[in-house]
Design a protein around this ligand. Structure first.
Ligand SMILES: CCCCC/C=C\C/C=C\C=C\CC(=O)SCCNC(=O)CCNC(=O)[C@H](O)C(C)(C)COP(=O)(O)OP(=O)(O)OC[C@H]1O[C@@H](n2cnc3c(N)ncnc32)[C@H](O)[C@@H]1OP(=O)(O)O
Length: 281
């Protein structure tokens, strides 16, 4: 009882000393004056689907947070049901070639920025995290999730080949056989299932509790040297990012080719129809 009251007081304090850093319409960044932790809130209605502008806003917010020497990043959502619904599928449908290339490069850069961030990263998953939404959470160092939501990469279910950097994000969190089965089945996990396979670290009952846990995780590095920590993280993660760092053009070319195939475009049309139909019922 006393412990939970202390926690609540702590939480109150944390909220009080939070100050606004920089926001765009699509992202909101708040920095805790005491801890230096930045909370990056995704705010693209209705479901944080990643279009070109949103990917740019996310990347630029993360870079800004790093350059302001914040002590860590907590990634979360302003929507209390959806963390992120992944890529904005409209960017992939009958695309303008130039915009698609720019979009995919932004995706690559946003991923590298988050995955190799110098500062500790934590995801407060306060809603569904699908496809690239799951990838963003998995690219963080720590994940805490609210009950009764879903998380996973279901690309193969609707005719998408999973790009290597997405496979690698899973591989840096989960064992190979688990990744293989999950990706080949296009498996979407419930919060409880995600906990069982260690795709997430903890389950909590509220967003405030999630933010608190993430702050505690970031605080656990207080006694470490930030440069040594960042370089060690880079060393551990570099093998998974190698392909994208050394040869982003090949990944870009292969993805664009694939997205432009009739097979992909037909599956996408059907999938988008299903998504819209669901809302008309
Ligand atoms: C070796 C070569 C390899 C090459 C590889 C190349 C390419 C790979 C290609 C693609 C990889 C893609 C990865 C992705 O991230 S694809 C995105 C997949 N995401 C989804 O499938 C999520 C779909 N959404 C949902 O399931 C639900 O929306 C959700 C559970 C998230 C929320 O449900 P809720 O009921 O709250 O909201 P909805 O009413 O369903 O949605 C509101 C509104 O938003 C539209 N919408 C939802 N998600 C998307 C999206 N991802 N993109 C675009 N639009 C989306 C939805 O249609 C609704 O619109 P409207 O009916 O209100 O107009």
């Amino acid at each position: 009882m006393l412990r939970s009251r202390t926690k609540l007081i702590e939480l109150g304090k944390r909220q009080l000393c939070r100050s606004m850093c920089k926001s765009s319409e699509l992202t909101l960044v708040e920095v805790d004056d005491k801890t230096g932790i930045a909370t990056l809130t995704m705010n693209k209605p209705p479901v944080n689907s990643c279009n070109l502008e949103f990917l740019r806003a996310l990347k630029s917010a993360m870079k800004e947070i790093e350059s302001n020497k914040c002590s860590g990043i907590i990634l979360t959502s302003s929507n209390d049901k959806v963390f992120s619904s992944g890529l904005d599928l409209n960017e992939l449908r009958q695309p303008n070639p130039e915009r698609l290339a720019t979009f995919w490069k932004e995706l690559q850069e946003m991923w590298v920025t988050l995955y190799l961030s110098n500062v500790p990263t934590a995801a407060a998953i306060n809603g569904h995290a699908l496809a690239v939404g799951c990838v963003m959470a998995a690219a963080c160092e720590y994940r805490v999730m609210l009950p009764d939501f879903t998380i996973g990469i279901h690309a193969t279910k609707f005719g998408y080949v999973v790009p290597p950097f997405i496979v690698n994000t899973y591989l840096s969190v989960l064992p190979h056989p688990v990744v293989e089965r999950a990706l080949l089945q296009g498996k979407i996990f419930s919060t409880q299932e995600a906990l069982q396979i260690n795709l997430i670290d903890e389950v909590v009952n509220s967003k405030d509790e999630a933010l608190c846990k993430c702050a505690d995780f970031i605080g656990s590095f207080e006694q470490t040297n930030p440069v040594a920590r960042a370089l060690t993280k880079r060393q551990l993660r570099a093998p998974f990012a190698k392909q994208l760092l050394e040869d982003p053009e090949t990944e870009l070319r292969e993805s664009l080719e694939y997205i432009n195939t009739p097979l992909f475009q037909e599956s996408l049309d059907q999938y988008l129809l299903q998504l819209k139909k669901k809302n008309k019922k």
